[in-house]
Design a protein around this ligand. Sequence first.
Ligand SMILES: [Ca+2]
Ligand SMILES: [Ca+2]
Ligand SMILES: [Ca+2]
Length: 219
Amino acid sequence: MFRRSLIALALAGSFFHVGSAAASVIVLDFEGAGNGVSLNNFYNGGTDGAGNSGTNYGISFGPNALSLIDGDAPGGTGNFANEPSPSTIMSFLTGTAVLNYAPGFTTGFSFFYSSSTAASVLVYDGLDATGNLLAQIDLIAQGVSNCSGDPTGRFCNWTPVGVSFAGTARSIDFGGTVDQTGYDNITFGSATPGKLPEPASLTLVGLGLGALLSRRRKA
Ligand SMILES: [Ca+2]
Ligand SMILES: [Ca+2]
Ligand SMILES: [Ca+2]
């Protein structure tokens, strides 16, 4: 489960860690979305799998993108801590989490992630992770090292990543390992995603979606 630890960040687009905040910024913090349900059209004038609605930004998600609430918060089962915007993140149990923005964006974007394995984020000029690959961001495993706080949660480290690319992007493929990689504060219009979190505790299971899935399978 702890396969990687010290692989350097690499990429085929341009990459910068933390820059300065911009004026008009959209932040997808996933707050208000359900626990272990598909995000679907939560940010697209529709609902997530539990019927919740967020702001309509015209942003939709592929079927694998799930919202997950921290187990320390009401209604949550997530096994994470120090998430940049409490208490909900995005993760996945199948494939990868794909974000679609049909009008396209050219300004770059940023996000926080926590992962126990290496992960990649891919940016495409077509919807549903199709068309030309505009950028690839390879992420190191950092989520579960020296954890404490929140008061519980195995995935306690959240790292901000900023991405720029040439062209017009219409989808982003947020990858990693199912139930081992989470994302939060996906930010458009700024190279700096939200705020930096604080430190948290160590246990030995996934982000919490696996337990949810096995419960569903039994049902
Ligand atoms: Ca929390
Ligand atoms: Ca927690
Ligand atoms: Ca959040």
